[in-house]
Design a protein around this ligand. Sequence first.
Ligand SMILES: Nc1ncnc2c1ncn2[C@@H]1O[C@H](COP(=O)(O)OP(=O)(O)O)[C@@H](O)[C@H]1O
Ligand SMILES: CC(=O)N[C@@H](CCC(=O)OP(=O)(O)O)C(=O)O
Length: 295
Amino acid sequence: MLVEALPWLTRHHGKTVVIKFGGNAMVDEELKAAFAQDVVFLRHAGLKPVVVHGGGPQISAQLERHGLVSEFKAGLRVTTPEAMDVVRMVLAGQVQRELVGLLNAHGPLAVGMTGEDAHTLTATKHLPEIDGERVDIGRVGEISAIDTGALQALLDDGRIPVVSSIARSADDGHVYNVNADTAAAALAAALGAETLMVLTDVEGLYEDWPHSDEVISRLTASELERLLPELASGMVPKMEGCLHAVRNGVTTARVIDGRVQHSILLEIFTDEGIGTMVVPDGHDAHDAHEGKGAQ
Ligand SMILES: Nc1ncnc2c1ncn2[C@@H]1O[C@H](COP(=O)(O)OP(=O)(O)O)[C@@H](O)[C@H]1O
Ligand SMILES: CC(=O)N[C@@H](CCC(=O)OP(=O)(O)O)C(=O)O
């Protein structure tokens, strides 16, 4: 495997990789520790990993403890001002801290931040369209501006940024809850990352979910765009994010199984790859996996 990894080590050297770690893949202690090892491995192999984390299940559990209900519309959490306090506390105070701790068991590498820090993520209130109508779902943000200065400085200093998907508002002084897939994709594009990697709790994008578990191993941006209207809620922000990334300069966007230990290393450093890979139009989707040659 090490010999097989050699061309990939050369190809990815010095490249930025944005990795989204989903809340559902984050419930197992061994998986979390393996995730941290993989990210540190990437860093020592000369890549520049940026971690963007979710925490949906952890937020829901904490809301329940506070006697608050979790409601989702258009795949996004309806976030009252009260719920926003819990979202911020869980993401920035709990999930992010834990990931930073696991990474830093390997050395002084990880620095945690939220999108609020140094104006990294600025948002406006998001009003999703449901059945043709704009719906108010509270403090949910749509990213309107990104400043990558702080992230870039950390990367230049050899650190691993760990980012919580919370944004500041430019106009009303509030903070906003942003879906972590959306935040990861926006950051990947803004950083000019080579790869966006979204870890989740399924093998990849299923062809005909929930009727079959046939994973689509690769597709172009246009092919994905045609599929988007058919996708169900959890996959929507992920695949919209992948599309945004490859349409904005990211070379490949991949959805991989976070339940498989060391899935990041298997995806980056082996010829086969796992999960679903999205490539920009013009790259032959069918060549992209064979030796991932189109990268
Ligand atoms: N076409 C599809 N392929 C795979 N999973 C799908 C698809 N459509 C919907 N899903 C659902 O999306 C879920 C992943 O999204 P989500 O629960 O938001 O995960 P995460 O916490 O990793 O962000 C899967 O567990 C699955 O139930
Ligand atoms: C607006 C919105 O829905 N925000 C998400 C943020 C966390 C997240 O995205 O976590 P996962 O990646 O684990 O799903 C939420 O409140 O659950």
